[in-house]
Design a protein around this ligand. Structure first.
Ligand code: HEC
Ligand SMILES: [Cu+2]
Length: 315
């Protein structure tokens, strides 16, 4: 109800219009109903007259009234739907969002259309201009929903859909998967940050620039390469440490900027010092059934070293 973009504002008014119209209709029906109780004498009518009156009610109340209401609502709602359509002649910013059980992958296309900046569970967008979100899913149906900006739109595996949204001004908004997608559906939150165009460019630039191999002691890098790199990408991670003899069909969030992200586990834990090590040890209790296997076979110290190293990964 607290809209901060054109799409959500239009939806807000459609919502109020629908409420107003349905209240008027309900009041009229209720008044007629009371009237039938209060009328004492039944007027004498021929069967012919009875039928004519009945027909009038059926046509008026059953056909004309709904047609008028629906057409009025359509005239009111059509521009709202149109406003969210990605009409081709606009060169709006494009951001790809992919739903996973139970996290969000966010990709920023570079010059050639290939994603060159990838992040997860956090969506940074420019404020004050339309953004086309190209949506799909890696597994089951999810739905992309930023209540204060507008929506929502289904994310269907094997299919791309687009929704155009705009944030009036910089700010931080919540987003949530809007389609039941399994046990941890409620723990599929996304933090949305609208930035001024310059700050947005600066953020993308910083992400693009941090492609150098990562600093870290060899033992920690080797442990990550052995236990984690099969599922998690870290931009510029030294390839000689990657041990990948297992065939994984599970993909985990890109961790290249994990140290700068606001939460862990798609909103389950706030990011703070020591949070990653805590998440690595307790993630199956914090988010039962999530797709990351438990790390019980790795000793606590190693997990803590990996956590400390990951917390340094920030653009
Ligand atoms: C089999 C694949 C797999 C392996 C191996 C794996 N992970 Fe994960 N990881 C995942 C998945 C899937 C998620 C998302 C869980 C969720 O939030 O539902 C995840 C989530 C995370 C997150 C939270 C990311 C975020 O954006 O909130 C961190 C941090 C993480 N893993 C680190 C590690 C580390 C460190 C290792 C190695 C010790 C590891 N993972 C091993 C699949 C894996
Ligand atoms: Cu869901």
């Amino acid at each position: 109800m607290d809209a901060v973009g054109p799409a959500a504002r239009d939806q807000f008014w459609v919502w109020w219009a629908m409420l107003a119209v349905s209240l008027v209709v309900a009041a009229v029906v209720f008044a007629l109903w009371l009237f039938t109780f209060r009328r004492r004498e039944q007027p004498q009518r021929t069967p012919r007259e009875e039928r004519r009156i009945m027909l009038r009610w059926v046509l008026g109340g059953g056909v004309a009234l709904p047609v008028v209401c629906i057409v009025a609502l359509m005239v009111f709602a059509a521009p709202t739907g149109r406003g969210m359509l990605p009409l081709p002649d606009d060169d709006a910013e494009r951001i790809d969002v992919i739903g996973h059980q139970w996290w969000w992958e966010v990709r920023y296309p570079g010059e050639d259309g290939e994603a060159d900046v990838i992040t997860a569970n956090r969506l940074v967008l420019p404020a004050g201009e339309p953004v086309d979100f190209r949506l799909t899913s890696a597994d089951v149906i999810h739905a992309f929903w930023i209540p204060r900006l507008g929506g929502k739109r289904d994310m269907v595996p094997g299919r791309h859909t687009t929704i155009r949204l705009e944030a009036d001004a910089p700010g931080v908004f919540g987003a949530q998967c809007g389609e039941y997608c399994g046990a941890q559906h409620t723990h599929m939150l996304l933090q949305v940050e609208a930035l001024e165009r310059d700050d947005y460019e600066a953020w993308l630039y910083a992400r693009r620039a941090s492609v150098s191999p990562r600093e870290g002691d060899d033992e920690t890098l080797a442990a990550f390469g052995e236990h984690c790199a099969a599922c998690h990408r870290v931009e510029g991670f030294p390839q000689e440490f990657v041990v990948d003899d297992v065939d994984h069909d599970i993909q985990g969030p890109d961790l290249s900027d994990i140290g700068s992200r606001p939460t862990l586990g798609a909103g389950v834990l706030p990011m703070e010092e020591g949070a990653i090590a805590y998440w690595l040890q307790h993630h199956q209790t914090l988010k039962p059934g999530n797709r990351m296997p438990p790390h019980n076979h790795i000793d606590t110290e190693t997990l803590q070293d990996i956590g400390t190293w990951l917390e340094m990964l920030a653009p």
